[in-house]
Structures are given as structure tokens and as C-alpha cells.
Design a binder for this molecule. Structure first.
Ligand SMILES: [Cu+2]
Length: 154
């Protein structure tokens, strides 16, 4: 029986390990830390929306969401119920999963993105056929908001 030449193993094994590491890193990106208050039911609906879209949730229940929001630069104008962190970005409120994916792939120089308030029809805020228009905005360290994605009431 011929032994597998050691030189080939030495040459290709590190490359194989590297591929495994990259695959793991890509999956880690979808882990999102969600801060929410124990009484928030729409937060749970939003978490379900993320899970349906293959995000892995680290759930942190807290009675002091105000502290979390201040710590992450979320002003009252930007604020909603839950606050989440993914890959260094802040995700405030009922942001659709697709917009989080866009953020992670385009990597803009922003603190995060937010859906201020609790618009009807946003993920986790479904109320039958009722929908209102809402904006996903990005915000920077000066709390300047910019349009990231607009959703109509249709
Ligand atoms: Cu909510």
C-alpha cells in the first residue's frame, strides 16, 4: 500500500483548514444579539421573522432598554422597541431581514439602521392586511439619519 505523500498533506492541509474557517466565519455573521424587554410581544414576532430568515439569535431580556439604546447611540427619534447588534452594527426596531443582509454585504460607514417607532405591516408588526408606509434609515455617530430603504403602504 502506498502511503499518502506527506509533502502533499503538508501543502494542502492548511488550505483545507482555511476553507473550514472561512465557512464558519460566514455563518457567524448571521448571529444577532437581540435586546428586548420581557413584556414585548412584537419583539418576539420580529425574532421569529429573523429565524425564518436563517439568523441565529442571542436573546437578551432586560428591563432597562433605555440604557441599551443610549449605549448604542439610538436617539428617541430613532427608537423602537428592541435593539439588536450584528457584526458591530446596531439594528433598531422592526427592520426587515433583507435590509440587515444588505447592510452586512454593503458595509456602509454607519452606526446602524433603524425603523423608528412601530409601523404597522413591518416584520413583527403584521396586523392583517393593514399596512403603513415606513422608512428604514441608517444613522451615523452624529445621529444623522439617511434613507436606507423605503416601504410603501401597498
Ligand atoms: Cu415592536
Amino acid at each position: 500500500m502506498q502511503k499518502f505523500p506527506m509533502t502533499i498533506v503538508k501543502r494542502f492541509l492548511p488550505a483545507a483548514l482555511l476553507i473550514v474557517n472561512v465557512a464558519v466565519a460566514a455563518e457567524e455573521v448571521t448571529e444577532i444579539t437581540v435586546y428586548r424587554s420581557p413584556t414585548c410581544s412584537c419583539c418576539e414576532n420580529w425574532r421569529a421573522h429573523l429565524q425564518q430568515n436563517k439568523f441565529v439569535i442571542k436573546d437578551i431580556v432586560t428591563n432597562d432598554m433605555q440604557v441599551i439604546k443610549i449605549k448604542h447611540g439610538v436617539t428617541p427619534e430613532l427608537a423602537s422597541c428592541h435593539t439588536a447588534i450584528i457584526n458591530g452594527y446596531v439594528i433598531e426596531g422592526h427592520v426587515p431581514a433583507g435590509d440587515i443582509r444588505t447592510l452586512l454585504t454593503t458595509k456602509p460607514k454607519v452606526v446602524g439602521i433603524a425603523v423608528p417607532g412601530m409601523p404597522m405591516g413591518a416584520p413583527g408588526m403584521e396586523m392583517g392586511a393593514k399596512k403603513e408606509a415606513y422608512d428604514v434609515v441608517s444613522f451615523d455617530e452624529q445621529h444623522q439619519a439617511r434613507l436606507f430603504k423605503r416601504y410603501t403602504d401597498k
